[in-house]
Write a protein that binds this ligand. Structure first.
Ligand SMILES: *Cc1c(COP(=O)(O)O)cnc(C)c1O
Length: 382
């Protein structure tokens, strides 16, 4: 062989005796076959992988691992939470169909639904999901899907999934739940009758702030369709990212246990603090905890910008669910796409801060916020 040839055809050593403890990363765009007949075995269903956009062992692991925890038949991973949401929606809805979504949606989902879905000819109505009559009144002949979130952002309303499932089945429509904030550690929407569950695995499933990923779970019939959408829209996840997602998923219960406990303690401490107008923290989300997000509203006389400069080691991060405690400003990040009036009608005010509680020692977390309030108050007096 000449150099140019040898350079790409050096032998890859593959021995069955090399059994890796962790799943190898199939960092490959395609799979090889011994001959054309062998390649036919993919199309006859005897082999699972042909081309990574259409499927890869690492992305299947992320889908399967999440489906296991959600109690679903099947899961499909994709490149982001939003692409998983789109794949899940398109598994049910097509041109001419209508969807009903909660009005307090995650900002990115709101943009996807209010702008992008229109391009596919899918119409969306936004309703107050706490009001059963509003939901029922919004159902039309072409309604195919009811969409909500298990714990909403940033006011942390815990959705009545059983109630929604009842409405959905009585109207013959599907129910889809974004379970990103709760994770299957706290809430398993399929057990309450949800047909499709979706995650931004960028958040708690990944858990380490090092990957953008999404997963959608449900029945084999629906998820085969979602998986086909991921393949055809080209929103597949890369093997390395899927591998990172699985690596994160394995510590979900440990992280959630600690983060939920820390969040409960922080919420309690903040309720007693002068300068904090209100504390939002769910009360009965699940027997295992109430989530790891705490949302607070600073009193009007506290300057929000100086508060953000007084947080010490707590970072300002426009997302959530990392190992480290961080804060964000919903009015300018997750809810930025919403018109101001609509944002304020949802209760997302200019004094609101969302805290993503990490795995640190709760005493340090509480002290960081007490200090921040104290410093901000001193700034005002000075
Ligand atoms: C982050 C997030 C999304 C979007 O996920 P990406 O991974 O950023 O695409 C959807 N829903 C919720 C609740 C989220 O927090």
């Amino acid at each position: 062989m000449y150099f140019h040839t040898k350079n790409v055809h050096f032998p890859a050593k593959e021995q069955a005796s090399e059994v890796s403890k962790t799943k190898p990363i199939y960092q490959t765009s395609a799979f090889t076959f011994t001959d054309f007949e062998d390649m036919e075995s993919y199309f006859s269903g005897d082999k699972s992988y042909l081309y990574t956009r259409m499927g890869n062992p690492n992305s299947d692991d992320l889908g399967r691992g999440t489906a296991e925890l959600e109690g679903a038949d099947m899961g499909a991973a994709s490149a982001s939470g939003l692409s998983a949401i789109l794949a899940g929606v398109l598994a049910v809805a097509e041109n001419g169909d209508h969807i009903i979504a909660t009005e307090d949606l995650y900002g990115g989902t709101w943009s996807l639904f209010s702008a992008e879905l229109q391009r596919f000819g899918i119409e969306v109505s936004f309703v107050n999901m706490e009001n059963r009559e509003d939901i029922e009144a919004a159902v039309k002949d072409n309604t195919v899907l009811l969409y909500s979130e298990s714990i909403t952002n940033p006011l942390l309303r815990v959705e009545d999934i059983d109630g929604l499932a009842q409405i959905a089945s009585s109207k013959g429509i599907k129910l889809m739940i974004d379970n990103t904030f709760a994770t299957p550690y706290l809430i398993r929407p399929h057990e309450s009758g949800a047909d499709i569950v979706v995650h931004s695995a960028t958040k708690y499933i990944g858990g380490h702030s090092d990957v953008t990923a999404g997963v959608v779970t449900g029945s084999r019939e629906l998820i085969e369709k979602a998986r086909a959408r991921v393949a055809m829209l080209g929103s597949n996840i890369g093997p390395m990212d899927a591998w990172l997602g699985v690596r994160g998923l394995k510590t979900l219960s440990l992280r959630m246990e600690r983060q939920c406990r820390n969040a409960a303690s922080l919420a309690k401490a903040l309720e007693r603090l002068e300068g904090i107008e209100s504390v939002y923290y769910p009360k009965a989300a699940s027997p295992d905890g109430n989530g790891a997000i705490v949302t607070i509203e600073l009193a009007d006389h506290l300057d929000i910008m100086s508060f953000s400069k007084s947080l010490g080691w707590v970072k300002v991060v426009p997302t959530l669910a990392g190992l480290e405690t961080s804060v964000t400003y919903p009015a300018a990040t997750s809810h930025r796409p919403l018109p101001r009036e609509q944002r304020e009608a949802l209760g997302v005010t200019d004094q609101m801060i969302r805290i993503s509680v990490g795995i640190e020692d709760e005493r340090d977390i509480i002290e960081a916020f007490e200090q921040a309030v104290k410093r901000t108050l001193t700034n005002i007096k000075a």
